[in-house]
Structure formats: C-alpha cells, structure tokens
Design a binder for this molecule. Structure first.
Ligand code: ZN
Ligand code: FE
Ligand code: FE
Ligand code: ZN
Length: 280
C-alpha cells in the first residue's frame, strides 16, 4: 500500500512502521492486539509489528511474559486483525538472549512463522537491571563494568544468529546510569562491528523518552557509530498501552536523520528490505 493511500502525507513520521508492540498477554501491558491495531489505524500508521515478550518454558523470567500455553492466543489475536485493512499487521516476538536460551529458542523460533524476531537483554547475572523494583542495585555496582557485561551479552545475542535486530541497544541507561562517552564508544564499537557482520538491524526505541533517562535508545553517539557501519534501523515505540503506538516517532525520525541515516528497514517473514526514510 502506498503511504498516500493512508492520507498521512504531511506527517512523515507517521509513515514509519512501529515494530515494537506488546499486548496484555505479557502480564504488564494493557490492551488486546485489536486495541493496538485500532490505535495504529486511527493514527494512520502504515504498518505495525507485534513483538510481545516470548514465552520461555525453561523458567526464565516467568513474571514478564505469556506462558507457552498462551502463545496460540497471541498468534490468533494477531492473525485476527491482519485483514482489517488500513494498517498492515506483522507477527513478531521480542525474545530475550540469556545463557542457554538457544535450547528452547532455536527450535521454537524456527517452528513459528514470525515476520520479525527482536532480540533483547533485560538481565545481567540474574539482575533485572531495567526493572524499577531492582533499580536500587545500581547504587552498589560499578557502572562501566556493568555496561561491559551487558554488551558482552549483546555480543553473544548477535552470535546466536537467532534474532533479526537488537532492541533498545543501550537500555542500561534507563535510570540515568551511564559510562563516560569514551568508555561507551570503546565497548560498543566491537558490538556494532559484529552486528554489521551478521547483517542484523538495530531498533530506534522511543520508550526511553518515557523513562527517567528521557532519551531514545540508542543515544546519538551509538547511532552515529551504527551509521558508519551501515547497520539498518527500524522504529519501535515499545508500546505497553495502545496510546503509546507510534509515540514520539517525529523525534526518532529526526534523530535518524541527524545521525546521517537516509533509509530504514521493513521486514516480512524475516527478510529485510531497505526503504528511503521520510523527510523530517
Ligand atoms: Zn515489557
Ligand atoms: Fe525489552
Ligand atoms: Fe518491549
Ligand atoms: Zn522492550
């Protein structure tokens, strides 16, 4: 479908797909898939991809995800709105990388017909570092050492080749804890090299704007380094309520342009295609 068919000319950021959307099934979001679909349609967003938290029957972080038995509810809820017209709806998943995740994830991801698999890291040595309830632990750790461990996990995530893109690349900054730029650059560059080699994408995630850090993931520094390596980008709101769909995409589009990006990717059945970015 052409963007103009949706009548969104004049609001270019709304011509961008939103590739990071949760549903109530994960237990900490509100709204059914259909509510997110309606919200996207109302805003004239051409395409969305659901990426709810993957089930992990191996016992990993059961509090923040659907159970495996609920997965068919998720799949059906998304399938049910795929022919609604207006916004195109893709079927994806946000899967966490953690040590040993491959045992379940590899065969399971292969057995599903996902359009998009977003890879994230939410734990360091069993600590949910982005969980507000575990935020106090930041007071007793070395910030740079913690970030180093985080990026080590991202490196392993990339090496599994299980994921299409990395979600919220610098999420350890969520509460404002960050290493000096020089350290950050030194630790992130090998990760970005590896991402580029793997042909993986990176997400511009606007949810950081709604968190204490008040900044899109990733930061301009990281995004520019990604641009130097021609790492493809997509856009995600990480919506946990329907009103958040497409949130702050005007700022994300501006950030992408400022970093020198002129294109972004769309994906279908895990095959990426790069398209020109709308003008700011
Ligand atoms: Zn979530
Ligand atoms: Fe996440
Ligand atoms: Fe998410
Ligand atoms: Zn997320």
């Amino acid at each position: 479908m052409l963007n103009s068919e949706l009548g969104t000319l004049g609001t270019p950021h709304l011509n961008l797909p939103d590739y990071h959307i949760h549903t109530a099934l994960c237990g900490h979001a509100e709204g059914e898939a259909s509510d997110y679909g309606s919200a996207a349609k109302k805003k004239g967003i051409p395409e969305i991809c659901f990426t709810d938290h993957a089930p992990n029957p191996d016992g990993y972080d059961p509090a923040h995800r659907m159970r495996l038995e609920q997965f068919s509810l998720y799949r059906d809820a998304v399938a049910n709105i795929q022919d609604d017209g207006g916004t195109r709806v893709l079927f994806g998943i946000e899967a966490d990388y953690y040590e040993g995740c491959e045992q379940f994830l590899k065969p399971w991801l292969e057995s599903q017909r996902f359009d998009f698999v977003l890879g994230s890291v939410h734990f360091i040595d069993g600590w949910g570092f982005d969980n507000p309830e575990e935020r106090h632990i930041w007071d007793s750790v070395n910030i740079s050492a913690t970030w180093r461990k985080y990026f080590k996990s991202i490196m392993r995530l990339v090496d599994t080749r299980l994921f299409d893109a990395v979600g919220h690349m610098d999420i350890p900054k969520k509460f404002g804890h960050r290493p000096p730029d020089r350290d950050l650059k030194e630790m992130v560059q090998p990760v970005l090299d590896r991402l580029a080699e793997a042909g993986m994408g990176m997400e511009l995630n606007t949810s950081g704007l709604r968190k204490p850090v008040g900044e899109i993931y990733p930061s301009p520094v990281i995004l520019s380094l990604a641009r130097e390596r021609d790492i493809p980008i997509c856009f995600g709101s990480d919506a946990h309520s329907p009103g958040e769909v497409g949130a702050d995409f005007d700022l994300a589009l501006k950030l992408a342009h400022e970093a020198g990006y002129r294109d972004y990717f769309r994906i279908r059945q895990r095959k990426m295609e790069r398209l020109p970015l709308p003008e700011v």
